[in-house]
Design a protein around this ligand. Structure first.
Ligand SMILES: Cc1cc2nc3c(=O)[nH]c(=O)nc-3n(C[C@H](O)[C@H](O)[C@H](O)COP(=O)(O)OP(=O)(O)OC[C@H]3O[C@@H](n4cnc5c(N)ncnc54)[C@H](O)[C@@H]3O)c2cc1C
Length: 359
């Protein structure tokens, strides 16, 4: 796909021109007045805007916010619908139940477990997500036999050769998998094409523009399960902005950006902090995160007017915007800091009092 700006009749008015190269080698050309860039993290639409905007601004550049879950590698292993759960037993997996199958191997580069989400349809194959650091042994398995050997050591309780077909084992070993993205957003969510100001022959409603949404503007690891929800919310806000401005792009696209950007930023900050240690990456990191989580949970139950629940719980409340959730989380963090300073000052005062009484 290629996107160009085209000047109209030597005036200052510009229009869009899109060339799409189809699979059968044809090139289809469009001249849209609104182009919706919802083409994911590696968005060609956003990258085109970045190139157009480069010398003057970084509006379409993704800003990165590292998290403990970013850059983890993952692959998906497909299992039969009702696979056996143990050797020599009639116990089989039930489609509507989630399973966390612990592994027997220990150590950061060897330990592995299988997480299997529930499904409504009992005939659907089950997917086990394997999420590990990029230097884990599981990524070194080269073929089905190496996979069987590793899984027999990791899951001695499972009849692995019965569960994983040779074709699936080979496919898994050969596939590259993918990496969790670093939480990121870009601050430019739209571009209006040049429109001759005050030109009465060209009505405002004839402006053309480009709008971005979904992973093209905000992307993060799946820790908080908000990728699809937030993309759908982008669509909802875009629809609101279009209705509020009678579909006039020169007003609705800036309105969409002003309504959506604060939530986009908050969403990425939440993705960075809300639940990044859930993949058993590091015991210390996980412990510190859980202490913080349970402290917020406990204090929010005891003193709900002072402390807010942890972000992961607040995200489940669909009535709160991402921005509202982030403000609530930040408020509790500030309260923690203030209480810590008061506590440390009190401690210092006691120590000083003791010192004064000694001398
Ligand atoms: C491992 C993993 C697990 C996840 N789990 C969850 C979860 O549990 N819950 C959740 O809400 N979210 C989850 N997400 C995030 C979620 O998948 C994304 O946030 C969501 O799919 C974003 O939707 P999108 O339409 O913006 O982008 P995408 O889903 O990436 O869709 C973009 C589409 O554009 C197409 N495209 C791109 N370029 C072109 C082109 N040049 N021409 C034509 N088509 C093009 C692509 O083929 C694709 O179909 C997960 C993500 C990952 C990586």
């Amino acid at each position: 796909m290629q996107i160009n700006k085209k000047a109209i009749n030597n005036s200052k008015q510009e229009n869009l021109e899109v060339f799409v190269h189809t699979e059968n080698g044809k090139v289809v050309t469009f001249e849209p007045y609104l182009l919706v860039g919802c083409d994911g993290l590696h968005s060609i639409v956003r990258n085109t805007l970045k190139d157009w905007d480069k010398p003057t601004s970084d509006r379409f550049e993704m800003k990165l916010f590292p998290s403990p879950s970013s850059c983890l590698r993952y692959k998906v292993l497909t299992l039969p619908p009702n696979f056996p759960l143990v050797h020599s037993s009639n116990e089989h997996a039930v489609s509507t139940m989630a399973y966390a199958i612990p592994g027997a191997l220990r150590g950061r580069k060897r330990s592995v477990s299988l997480g299997i989400l529930p499904l409504k349809n009992p005939d659907e194959p089950r997917s086990a997500n394997i999420i590990k650091y990029p230097d884990h042994q599981i990524w070194e398995l080269k073929n089905s036999e190496e996979l069987y050997n590793f899984f027999e050591k990791a899951f001695p309780q499972l009849p692995i050769r019965q569960i994983v077909s040779p074709e699936e084992a080979e496919r898994f070993a050969k596939s590259e998998g993918a990496y969790f993205p670093i939480p990121q957003y870009c601050s430019g969510l739209h571009l209006l094409l040049m429109h001759e100001p005050g030109c009465l022959e060209i009505p405002q409603s004839s402006s053309s523009g480009i709008i971005l949404l979904g992973d093209a503007i905000h992307c993060f690891p799946p820790d908080i399960g908000q990728g699809v929800n937030s993309a759908l919310e982008d669509v909802y806000i875009l629809n609101e902005a279009l209705s509020q401005s009678n579909d006039e792009l020169s007003r609705s696209l800036p309105l969409y950006e002003s309504l959506r950007l604060p939530d986009t930023k908050a969403l990425v900050y939440l993705a960075q902090t809300a639940y990044p240690w859930q993949y058993n990456q590091n015991s210390l990191g996980k412990l510190v995160w859980y202490v913080n989580f349970f402290l917020r949970l406990l204090l929010s139950r005891l003193l709900p007017f002072i402390f807010n629940p942890p972000a992961f719980f607040l995200i489940q409340n669909y009535q709160l915007s991402y921005q509202q959730i982030w403000v609530m989380v930040q408020r509790t963090t500030k309260t923690f800091y203030i209480l810590s300073i008061i506590f440390l000052c009190g401690l210092l005062a006691l120590v000083l009092k003791d010192l004064v009484s000694i001398y």
